[in-house]
Design a protein around this ligand. Structure first.
Ligand code: ADP
Ligand code: MG
Length: 401
């Protein structure tokens, strides 16, 4: 079955059928990398990930423009720290060729021949980018024959380079990164092999309530952890002492528990937890039964028995969706639960999909990245997709299909 999610034009198909030859291609990439105070790139994964789309266009005889946002500039007020110069430099190194950086590019007028690659300065500096004005979108669309969106991380925002330009460009398609992300997400969410197990953990229910509700409709087992688990523990009638939890969301947690049980899905039982008295790197960890939590206890991790239950679920799963660490994994004495769970996911032959800033940090800490089937670096867009929302940048590509 082909899901509607996949109905977008793809760059590799255009390349394979000669439709890029002699064409001006505009790539919206996600080159928003971390930089130190001097502007040096501290981590270049996103830049390296953008290369296949650029190379594909070059190999197909196109003239290539690439743009991205970087940081949070003010529209119409370019500052030196907003510049994509360090990124253009890194791309030039990776491609081993000259890659000029073009400022004030919206009205065109810059040199670009077949076989060239140029970087168009930070797109969020352009007036109208955030509001997705037609004026800006039309001007950008006029620069190219083919528009490529390869920036899944911004797909939940309708901006001029992610939405408007796709409306007006002659051809609009998804780049290879975007397509890979769409394929992985639809595989896990639209047509999952079952049992489907989701882990929703991390600090707060409030930031993840929609995803919890939406997954409660789909999954066979829902694992909660972290501060989120504390709110669920409270909803089950236990005390959580001084732990991070959200009193006002206890009714919402109860509803989610009810929904799961009505569907015959389950929530693995939390029986023991690891506590401290304050959030501190040197705090002593004590394992307790959840019936014995005192007023000044703070739950920072799940205990061994609870984690064993989670591991059992993971062993049975055919698809695993994971967002959020189940404890304060930054401190080793509270990292055991997250570590054990992370290793179980990595060891599982199931299709595993993980996303979220701290989730990725945990994957890095335990060095299991290569054993996770797909790691989404998309943050907000990943969560919104998992919630079942239509992402604007994908909706427009589908409409242009
Ligand atoms: P992600 O970025 O992967 O979506 P979140 O930002 O929601 O994850 O949550 C990650 C943070 O939650 C981590 O910094 C972790 O220390 C914290 N956390 C996990 N469990 C607890 C807990 N029991 N109490 C307080 N903080 C927790
Ligand atoms: Mg986070």
């Amino acid at each position: 079955m082909l899901t509607p999610l996949l109905k977008v034009k793809r760059l590799n198909e255009l390349a394979a059928t000669g439709q890029l030859k002699g064409k001006r291609v505009f790539i919206r990439a996600d080159l928003n990398v971390p930089q130190d105070e001097a502007g040096n790139i501290t981590e270049d994964t996103r830049i390296r990930a953008s290369i296949p789309a650029i190379q594909m266009c070059l190999d197909s005889g196109a003239a290539v423009m690439v743009t991205s946002h970087l940081g949070r500039p003010s529209e119409g007020a370019f500052k030196p720290e907003d510049s994509l110069a360090p990124i253009a430099h890194r791309i030039a190194e990776l491609l081993n060729r000259k890659v000029p950086l073009i400022s004030n590019w919206v009205d065109g007028g810059f040199d670009l021949a077949v076989g060239d690659v140029v970087i168009l300065e930070n797109c969020r500096v352009n007036v109208g980018e955030k509001k997705n004005t037609d004026e800006l979108a039309k001007k950008m669309a006029a620069l190219c024959d083919v528009y490529v969106n390869d920036a899944f991380g911004t797909a939940h925002r309708a901006e001029a380079t992610t939405y408007g330009i796709a409306r007006y460009a002659k051809v609009a398609c998804a780049g290879p990164l975007m397509a890979a992300e769409l394929d992985a997400l639809s595989r896990a969410l639209a047509e999952p092999k079952r049992p489907l197990v989701a882990i929703v953990a991390g600090s707060k229910v409030s930031t993840k309530l929609t995803i919890l509700k939406s997954l409660a409709e789909k999954v066979d087992e829902l694992i909660v952890g972290g501060g989120i688990a504390n709110t669920f523990i409270k909803a089950m009638g236990f005390e959580v002492g001084s732990s991070l939890f959200e009193e006002e969301l206890v009714p919402a947690a109860k509803k989610i528990i009810d929904k799961l049980s009505r569907r015959g899905a389950s929530l693995p039982i939390i029986s023991d937890v690891v506590c401290g008295k304050k959030l501190d790197a040197n705090e002593r960890a004590t394992t307790k039964n959840i019936k014995d939590i005192s007023k000044d206890d703070m739950i920072f991790d799940l205990g061994k028995d609870s984690v064993d239950e989670i591991v059992k679920c993971i062993h049975n799963a055919k698809t695993i969706i994971w967002n959020g660490p189940i404890g304060v994994f930054e401190f080793d004495q509270f990292a055991k639960g997250t570590e054990t769970m992370t290793r179980a996911i990595a060891d599982s032959p199931a299709f595993s999909l993980a996303g979220g800033g701290d989730t990725i940090a945990a994957i890095e800490k335990f060095k299991v990245a290569k054993d996770i089937s797909y790691i989404s670096t998309a943050g907000g867009a990943f969560l919104e997709f998992a919630e079942g929302k239509k992402l604007p940048a994908i909706e427009i590509l589908e409409r242009r299909f």
